[in-house]
Design a protein around this ligand. Sequence first.
Ligand code: ASC
Length: 150
Amino acid sequence: MKLIASLALATAFTAVSVPALAQFQKPEDAVKYRKAAFSVMGTHFGRIGAMANGRVPFDAKMVAENAAIVETMSKLPWAGFGEGTDKGDTRAKPEIWTEQAKFKEGSDKMQAEVVKLAAAAKTGNLDNVKAAFGAVGQTCKACHDAYRKE
Ligand code: ASC
């Protein structure tokens, strides 16, 4: 009984501790992951932009759905900027790792504005969406200007 209990405990520990220790097997995997996360986020942000810019008719429900996806995605890329992920197939500038506090400030700001965009979407008001969309876009641009190579 004791053996079974300790085996079960060991299994449980492995299950929770492995992802915490090594979220990615190789740095390339982390680079791929963060790019994928940004790509999905950009796609759904762009769908809101199409409505904010009048290219597609405004549909509050569609804005809310896309904003919810953007909000979830906005939390993900940052885990992919760990040690050793400054090389390879990436446009990430070295300043990300030498100015980590500033980089985090930018990513926090973006996530905060994304939360406001999701809230704006729920008002069903196009002007609110336009304003919140613009504010998020500025946070995207600020980090791209500072931390992304051409
Ligand atoms: C987008 C998108 C970005 C931002 C950025 C804002 O729609 O994919 O990366 O907006 O262009 O300046």
